[in-house]
Design a protein around this ligand. Structure first.
Ligand SMILES: Nc1nc2c(ncn2[C@@H]2O[C@H](COP(=O)(O)OP(=O)(O)OP(=O)(O)O)[C@@H](O)[C@H]2O)c(=O)[nH]1
Ligand SMILES: [Zn+2]
Length: 311
């Protein structure tokens, strides 16, 4: 029996919409009875962005049966708040994670940006910040934004500016996406839909809420969806930052997801230093010397303190 390679664009938990890698044809697939997951402890074995090998079940009706998953480059999960419970797989094989931000209407806080970046660092996915609504910034805000862009570019995150409503910066945004699988995130109201609609008017990227019944009561599970903007260019509309939760992250891990702290970590006096108030802390020294931005250190402290990560 010959298997066909395909890309999972959408899933409801029991059905998978799979794009035939040969011709882009869409198949409705279900899992083979004895399907073997990839060993991750997750509630759903397959997510959007997964490549699978499937068998044609019914050519005329476009039904297929998924036999196996192709090993993943990376994946994004929503960790469970309860350590014993399984995590939810959001997406796989993501080339970059883009946060759409705005400094006004609504203002994306620095804490929120940093939480996003910490989450994607933990998944080892490159991060990009797109600052939208340039038309609404006064000079003071523009200066502030320039400082932020310098800060984040210096940390290795690409930064772009756009004005979706006036179609400014859209070429850069398109170039950013071209040939890649991008996860798009951002607070409601930052202009995510406006941006995507401006570059791909035929799409309708409304996030889909799907309710599923689990053993004990009702759960609302949000599944991400993948869209093909043009050949080989895909976006995943991710349900939001809370999906990239830091809930179950170990405290010792967090500093490793701050690129500016990483190289200093073995220079602290105590090897279990939490970089909060220990003497001889290389991270705190770097903060006092201005080598680490105060806003980043504040985000670090707030994540360490377990503050709500949804704001
Ligand atoms: N002034 C200005 N307004 C913008 C810009 N981009 C989007 N908007 C407006 O901001 C509002 C929210 O935009 P949406 O595209 O719906 O935002 P969203 O991020 O998709 O939000 P959800 O649909 O809730 O997820 C709309 O009224 C847009 O017209 C921009 O660059 N400048
Ligand atoms: Zn330290």
């Amino acid at each position: 029996m010959s298997l066909i390679r395909g890309l999972v664009l959408r899933s409801t938990g029991s059905w998978y919409e799979v794009r035939d890698s040969r011709d882009g044809h869409i198949w409705q697939c279900r899992l083979k009875g004895k399907f073997k997951a990839l060993g991750l402890k997750v509630t759903n074995p397959i997510a959007v962005g997964d490549y699978v090998n499937f068998e044609v079940e019914n050519e005329g009706e476009n039904f297929g049966i998924i036999h196996e998953i192709v090993p993943r480059e990376n994946y994004v999960i929503r960790r469970s708040v309860h350590k014993t419970a399984h995590a939810h797989l959001i997406a796989a094989n993501v080339d970059q994670a883009i946060l759409i931000c705005t400094l006004v209407f609504p203002r994306t806080s620095l804490g929120f940006i940093d939480r996003f970046l910490v989450a994607i660092e933990s998944f080892r996915i490159p991060g990009v910040l797109v600052f939208n609504k340039q038309d609404l910034l006064n000079d003071e805000m523009k200066d502030f934004q320039a400082e932020l862009m310098e800060l984040y570019t210096g940390l290795g995150y690409r930064c772009l500016t756009t004005t979706a409503v006036a179609e400014l910066g859209l070429d850069d945004f398109k170039t950013l996406l071209k040939g890649k699988v991008s996860l798009l995130s951002g607070h409601s109201g930052v202009g995510k839909s406006t941006l995507v609609n401006a570059i791909a008017p035929d799409l309708d990227i409304k996030t889909q809420e799907v309710s599923t019944f689990a053993n004990k009561g009702v759960h609302t599970t949000t599944f991400a969806e993948m869209f093909e903007l043009e050949k080989d260019t895909f976006i995943i509309d991710s349900p939001g930052i809370k999906e990239l939760g830091l809930a179950d992250m170990e405290k010792e891990e967090i500093s490793h997801y701050f690129p500016e702290m990483r190289d200093l970590l073995n220079q602290c006096r105590f090897n279990n230093c939490q970089h909060i108030n220990e003497p001889g802390c290389a991270v705190k020294d770097a903060v006092s010397e201005g080598k680490i931005a105060m806003s980043r250190f504040e985000s670090y402290l707030s994540i360490m303190a377990g503050d709500d990560n949804r704001k």
